[in-house]
Design a protein. Structure first.
Ligand code: BTN
Length: 332
């Protein structure tokens, strides 16, 4: 357990964003004021930032709406609920992806969904860490099984999931968002979220994919110190407009389920034009890094298999399946 019951109760009381006096909190929890003070010290150590002002009391520095199983489940359509075998919300976990990769190996059913309030070892692409402080962002993974076609059946899945993420954000009127190949969620030239898909199985039979999505809603600067990429969060993108974590989690899950459900039959093709309309690299001068190799050119979008097209100085266009793209010389 990441937070004690007392700490959770304090957070519930403070979730209205108002100041609450130490006396009021002490009474509500049936403890002394100094015990409340100690609880706030440990909340700070866990990265939950708050203000303590004498004469006013305590207030959280950002709105905290914890994820709730009932709210998320009730927000899903019957059809989406039927696609889910298990839905779990963890207070803290090493990584929602690692957890479901373990379960995939233990024959867990397709449609296993896992959210967490905090990840102690959140994973990004290319061995990076995904910074995952408590209660302020979204970290979710879905285990999905593909019956035939092997690992090749999942080609382009990460691009399609990117489309699902943008659809969800747009449904919440967050329009200033796009995709950076292969599947970074971008806004105003900075990374807002990312997708990590871990596939295992046979080359020619059943396989499983763990689809992980991390989306920054409020990422305190103190937590983001270690991030080497330009990053942003929804609070910066939409200002102070309140956004419900539970509603956004439900919308993201619904759109991802829509896409993964039919993917084995229809593949990437139906999503290509939409992906292209969200492409924030299109027409940009960029560098693609593949290991030690650097390829400079103008990004010409993606081909029908989702490969990145780069126009070289000699006007030839080459397609690339992997690599890390940067705008203007910095890896982003
Ligand atoms: C990226 O590097 O862009 C991919 C980031 C993926 C992060 C998410 S958070 C939920 C899931 N669990 C993880 O450990 N990683 C993914």
């Amino acid at each position: 357990m990441y937070l004690s019951d007392k700490q959770k109760k304090i957070l519930m009381l403070l979730s209205d964003g108002q100041f609450h006096s130490g006396t009021e909190l002490a009474e509500a929890l049936g403890v002394s004021r100094s015990a409340i003070c100690k609880q706030f010290k440990s909340l700070s150590e866990l990265g939950i930032q708050h203000s303590a002002i004498s004469g006013k009391g305590y207030r959280l520095d950002y709105a905290l709406e914890l994820l709730d199983l009932t709210t998320i489940t009730q927000g899903l359509s019957q059809e989406h609920q039927r696609l889910i075998s298990i839905l779990e919300i963890h207070d803290s976990i090493n990584s929602t992806n690692s957890y479901l990769v373990d379960h995939a190996q233990k024959q867990a059913a397709s449609g296993f969904v896992c959210f967490a309030e905090h990840q102690s070892s959140g994973k990004g692409r290319r061995g990076r860490t995904w910074v995952s402080p408590y209660g302020s962002n979204l970290y979710m993974s879905i285990l999905w099984r593909f019956q035939q076609g092997g690992i090749a059946a999942t080609a382009g899945l990460s691009l399609a999931v990117g489309v699902a993420a943008i659809r969800a954000l747009k449904q919440h009127h967050i329009n200033d968002v796009g995709l950076k190949w292969p599947n970074d969620i971008y806004s105003q030239g900075k990374k807002l979220g990312g997708i990590l898909i871990e596939v295992s199985g046979e080359t020619d039979g059943p396989c499983s994919a763990v689809i992980g999505l991390g989306l920054n809603l409020f990422l305190p600067d103190s937590e983001a110190r270690t991030i080497s990429q330009a990053w942003t969060d929804l609070t910066k993108v939409i200002g102070s407009v309140p956004i419900s974590r539970n509603q956004l989690a439900t919308t993201l899950l619904s759109h991802i389920l829509d896409i993964v459900n039919g993917f084995e039959t229809i593949g990437i093709q139906p999503y290509l034009d939409e992906w292209r309309s969200y492409d924030c690299l299109q027409g940009q001068a960029a560098t693609l890094y593949i290991g030690q190799q650097q390829i400079n050119g103008i990004v010409e979008g993606i081909d029908d298999n989702g490969l990145l097209l780069i126009k070289r100085a000699d006007s030839t266009i080459q397609a690339f399946a992997s690599g890390e793209v940067s705008f203007s010389g910095t890896i982003v």
